[in-house]
Ligand binder design. Sequence first.
Ligand code: SF4
Length: 465
Amino acid sequence: MASIQTLSPGPAPSTEAVERLAAKYDLRLPRYTSYPTAPHFHPGVTARTYGDWLAALPAGTKTSLYLHIAYCAEMCWFCGCHTKITKRYDPIADYLDALLAEVDLVADRLTAPLDVTHVHFGGGTPTILKGEDFARVLDTLRARFGLSDTAEVAVEMDPRTATLDYVKTMAKAGVTRASIGVQDFEPQVQAAVNRIQPIELVEQVIAWLRDNGISEINMDLIYGLPHQTTESVLKTVDRAVAMRPARVSLFGYAHVPWMKKHMRLIPEDTLPGASERWSQYLAATRRFRELGYTAIGLDHFAAPDDEMALALAKGTLHRNFQGYTTDTAPALIGLGASGIGYLPQGYVANEGEITAYKRLIREGSLTTKRGIALDDDDIVRRAIIERIMCDMAVDLDQVAHDHGLPESSFAAELSAMEPFEQDGIVTVEGSLIRVTDMGRPLSRAVCAVFDKYLKAGEQRHSRAV
Ligand code: SF4
């Protein structure tokens, strides 16, 4: 697939333009880590459906695994993840037993060996597992899924709880990539979100990882946090880049206190407004590029020789529940409470409530709570949305052709681009839509035009910018 993305930095938009667009497009939109998006999953996809889908996977299907470790030692007030706080290890050990039993249940449903190439530990805090338990999980995956020795094994890490011994255990167990949660280096911001981690701590953990052969380092930053300014976000970007991470994600903080009660601890008057958020995002994007990083889609940056930057250039970048990925596997098996995945037939989400999850596992059942089977229309719209989110461009006629549809199949959506074009968010040439640099933070709004499930006001998502 040839890439059609455009990534020239372009001139900085004026403050007036930013303010006008921020006011106009302060929408609540999905992040399009899947299409259809998770709120449209339904209970009609059951454990039995999932079992049938797993059994139908042909031998050698390239497959990824996602393991959700649903515990943390302390709550960060910006957190939107599915996690539970505990100071004791007993609940974690119980959860681990259920998780390992789920690995067996899923592996037992398969009728042919798969080719597992990626494993991602997310959470919560995966490194809350004791070192020996973490290694045991990987041993079990190797035994049950025939995980290859060259598989990428990525782990989300909280530097506050990392130790040198733990890093050594990770390296020995085959971890190849670590994603370090940083968010912001400013002490005032860290205090306001209940996550104090001095920069020296992050530097130390990264040094340990590199010294032990875990050289692929990702860093997670957030803009739109309390007390952040464009200047302070730029300072954090500079400090992050000084540590030479291979990839950086820069998410917009999604303030959804009606869904996540702990977010009420963040006073709303300390949060930057829509136009300030946009300015933080654009300034950070420019700074990453000035420092030699490649802008990836909506919210990632990669060193120019990183696989993700290369995938972008080749047009083979993908988007999944973890964000952007070079993983091209058609199957992602989600494990753990709230684990979410996809198979060629559709999406599947596990029970998210830990007690119910463990009970189902004890009963010998897969824990599928909801999902959605894909029809042909979903598949072609997913392809369009994925290209917009990854490449910031899509040729509608090309995608239609690739899916056996006539040209102009998306004429109505193409016409709906007109206001976006007038606002400088996209350019349109024939059936080719390109999101401009200024429009990049609004790419979700462009995708929403192709989302047949989304009705205005139906649900509240996070801000588009
Ligand atoms: S460590 Fe990560 S998952 Fe846990 S509360 Fe903080 S942000 Fe959320």
